[in-house]
Ligand binder design. Structure first.
Ligand code: NAD
Length: 465
């Protein structure tokens, strides 16, 4: 039996953030992890996926080098998939080393093994029992697969495999099933790398059907289609059939039935909480019908006092940075402080496709549905000098505000939207008036000017808008 202030179950973003933050507050911490610390985000998700998206961006940029006055004497560039994956693995390795070192410096005890909650709210690992004043479950999530789309890791893969590819080349043809965040990001990578890519989405809109404002999602959808992604909305995908050299993918849309043969299929139809076999029942930790751990989101405490849960294993947005924020809430509570709960309607969302899509707060439709009298202004990137210089004028800023009131939602698609969105994040969370932000200066020439221009427009006047 070992006693700690905090025992953390799972070493992904929720778990390592809880451990680091608790240790920084002077608490003794044990972190139980069955694989490498870093979790899905570092080893099979955010970091490797964004590294591959960057490889695709470099390839796209080099392909357009001539337009910028740079000749390639050897002719056209070619993707070098193993090299892109070596770089991806190197970045992951470096971050893993950094994280392990940080945990060590903060004196977090990392316990290697599968942890289970016990009846008295402790955690057992390989016969040892770890007891904490507080236990934080950060069990994460796994890709969802369904019968007929059986994943073999070779021809039918999930993002777990796509982010850890050791293949010597890209497939020639791929079908991506599910046009959500993962499907859109990988469709963007594959399309830009020259793979013939078919995107099959069950819902009415083929690209990012849930989440972003339609105006910004549609810019991404148009860009993907123009670059060659074959997008099918309202697609009902049948059982996949293996052939000698690939996979047959039958699907039906309102336009009719089709069957395409591809070399590989990426299944990206959502993720499920990884809450099986963690001892939740024994500990009296309630789990809902979908497998998520039930929590009071003002404290992240579960139905079992003293046991908390954060990250993908709870039914809040499945984002690493949300897990970080929830970890802080849980630890503050264990410290006996008054935690500031996460405002889930105002978290930052980023889809790292080309072009990038980022948003925070309400979409126009959500604001209207909530009963607000809204005022909406949009500003295209087409006339933005910096966007022209970059050669990336596909983009839009859209701001939703309460009439004569604060900014309710900020939506952007275009170059570096992932970074620029944080100005909108501040505006939404500080409940700023668009006219206040519009009075602030944005550097010229910059992509941010499009945000300033959109804010100014709410005053009824404008500069270039
Ligand atoms: P998702 O829920 O974003 O998208 C899944 C999509 O698959 C949905 O649009 C759904 O309609 C569609 N779908 C479901 N069943 C289908 C079927 N049988 N045929 C065709 N389409 C079907 O899930 P995801 O893209 O798998 O991502 C999982 C999680 O990972 C999400 O919580 C997401 O937020 C997170 N994530 C975030 C980022 C990021 O923030 N940039 C990146 C990757 C993943």
């Amino acid at each position: 039996m070992s006693d700690y202030d905090v025992v953390v179950l799972g070493g992904g973003p929720g778990g390592y953030a809880a451990a680091l933050y608790a240790a920084s507050a002077g608490l003794s911490v044990a972190l139980v992890e069955k694989e490498k610390v870093g979790g899905t985000c570092l080893h099979r998700g955010c970091i490797p996926a964004k590294s591959l998206l960057h490889a695709a961006e470099v390839f796209r940029t080099v392909n357009h080098a001539a337009e910028h006055g740079v000749r390639l004497p050897e002719g056209k560039p070619e993707p070098d998939w193993p090299a892109a994956n070596r770089r991806r693995a190197g970045i992951v390795g470096q971050l893993h080393k950094g994280l392990s070192g940080l945990l060590k410096r903060r004196k977090v005890t990392v316990v290697d093994g599968w942890g289970r909650l016990t009846a008295d709210g402790a955690v057992s690992v390989d016969g040892d029992t770890l007891r904490g004043r507080g236990t934080i479950v950060c069990a994460g999530s796994v890709p969802r697969a369904i019968p007929g789309m059986d994943v073999d890791g070779e021809r039918v893969i999930t993002s777990d495999h796509a982010t850890n590819s050791e293949a010597d080349r890209l497939p020639e043809r791929i079908a991506v099933i599910g046009g959500g965040v993962i499907g859109s990001e990988f469709a963007s990578v594959y399309t830009d790398m020259g793979v013939s890519t078919t995107l099959l989405e069950a819902m009415q809109h083929g690209v990012l059907p849930i989440g972003p404002d339609r105006d910004v999602a549609d810019v991404l959808a148009r860009s993907l289609k123009r670059r060659g992604t074959d997008v099918h909305a309202e697609a009902r995908v049948g059982a996949l059939e293996r052939t000698g050299s690939g996979v047959l993918v039958p699907f039906e849309t309102p336009k009719g039935s089709e069957k395409i043969e591809v070399e590989q299929v990426l299944v990206s139809i959502g993720r499920l909480p990884a809450t099986k076999d963690i001892g939740a029942d024994e500990a009296g930790v309630r789990i809902d019908g979908r497998g998520f751990i039930e929590v009071d989101t003002t404290t992240m405490e579960t139905s079992r006092p003293g046991v908390y849960a954060v990250g993908d294993c709870v039914a809040t947005p499945g984002l690493a940075h949300v897990a970080y924020a929830e970890a802080v809430v849980a630890v503050d509570r264990i410290l006996g402080e008054q935690p500031v709960p996460v405002d889930y309607g105002k978290v930052p969302w980023v889809v790292y496709t080309h072009p990038e899509v980022a948003w925070t707060g309400m979409t126009e439709a959500e604001a209207r549905e909530a009963g607000y009298e809204v005022e909406v202004h949009k500003h295209s990137m087409a006339g933005n000098g910096r966007a022209m210089i970059l050669g990336e004028t596909d983009g839009l800023v859209k701001i939703v505000a309460q009439k004569d009131g604060p900014v309710l939602g900020f939506h952007m698609v275009g170059p570096w939207a992932s970074e620029l969105m944080h100005e909108g994040y501040l505006a939404v969370n500080w409940e700023a008036l668009p006219s206040d932000v519009g009075r602030l200066i944005h550097a010229h020439p910059s992509l941010s000017e499009a945000i300033g221009e959109t804010m100014i427009t709410f005053s009824g006047r404008s500069l270039h808008g």
